[in-house]
Design a protein around this ligand. Structure first.
Ligand SMILES: Cc1cc2nc3c(=O)[nH]c(=O)nc-3n(C[C@H](O)[C@H](O)[C@H](O)COP(=O)(O)O)c2cc1C
Length: 261
């Protein structure tokens, strides 16, 4: 993927999950920019697509099973859809979905991953799913009305690690302070990824120019998705650390970022 490194690096630092939104419509230029990025993201893996709906998140929430929290109306939402035939589809959905989330963040929009089983009959908005497709997550998009946002922004600048596990504890085989700067930067950024109830299931391993993300315990579908989210963060951190490389799914762990020689 072609990553706008500085822009998404900044977005990783400032993104917070937002449940409350102003009803103010998204500026047409902002929405167009987001749609352009989403169209590009939809070209990356045939089994993953993101769709923007200019409807309130509350139109789709009744179709999501389980508890998801107290959201207000939003001017729009994104839906993350996978095709059930693709390999590594859950990790890829996390990776692509987080790219859309970070782009929205960079455009000044609030977001919040909401992952749940979708029951189409209960939806007030029609989602056209093709054969084999499944909606696996959504996110509201819009201007946040959480008035402590500025404070949060300020705090996140001062303490970017916020409420995360210390990144050194995310490396079960040990964290070596002598690792190259790009590796340490990548792991730090990986640790800021969002996950359900902030459970942070990802673990990182480094060796032979390869930074591996795997999950703690059995990899459920949503843990795979969260590790895919962390994979994008790793890649942004690695690129920001000055190296080139690419991501690979499977092999060692769930996925890896591999540095180019
Ligand atoms: C796959 C996934 C599903 C999530 N589902 C919900 C949800 O249903 N309701 C909610 O309020 N937040 C949800 N979240 C947001 C997390 O609670 C949030 O990312 C985590 O607490 C860390 O906080 P932060 O995103 O502000 O950094 C979800 C996050 C992920 C990655």
């Amino acid at each position: 993927m072609d990553i706008p490194v500085k822009k998404w690096y900044e977005a990783v630092q400032t993104r917070y999950s937002q449940q409350k939104y102003l009803e103010k419509p998204i500026k047409p230029f902002t929405l167009k920019s987001l749609e352009k990025t989403v169209n590009q993201l939809n070209e990356i893996y045939p089994e993953i697509r993101v769709e923007i709906f200019k409807k309130s998140i509350k139109e789709i929430l009744p179709a999501l099973s389980g508890k998801y929290g107290n959201f207000t109306d939003s001017p729009a939402f994104m839906a993350f859809i996978i095709n059930d035939n693709g390999e590594h589809r859950w990790s890829k959905a996390g990776y692509i979905g987080e790219a859309a989330i970070l782009e929205a963040t960079a455009l000044g929009l609030g977001t919040c991953w909401i992952g749940a089983r979708f029951v189409p009959e209960r939806s007030r908005v029609r989602v056209n799913l093709k054969r084999g497709e499944r909606l696996v997550a959504v996110s509201p998009i819009g201007y946040s009305s959480e008035n402590y946002n500025l404070t949060r922004h300020f705090i996140s600048k001062l303490f970017p690690h916020r409420d995360r596990i210390n990144y050194k504890d995310l490396c079960p085989d040990g964290y070596d302070p002598d690792w190259p700067g790009w590796v340490k930067n990548a792991i730090k950024l990986g640790s800021y990824a969002p996950s359900r109830l902030n459970r942070q299931p990802w673990r990182f391993y480094y060796g032979d120019q390869r930074l591996v993300v795997d999950c703690k315990g059995e990899p459920s579908a949503y843990k795979r998705m969260e590790c895919g989210i962390a994979l994008l963060h790793l890649e942004i951190g690695a690129l920001d650390g000055g190296v080139k490389g690419s991501v690979e799914y499977g092999g060692l762990g769930l996925a890896s970022f591999i540095k180019e020689d």
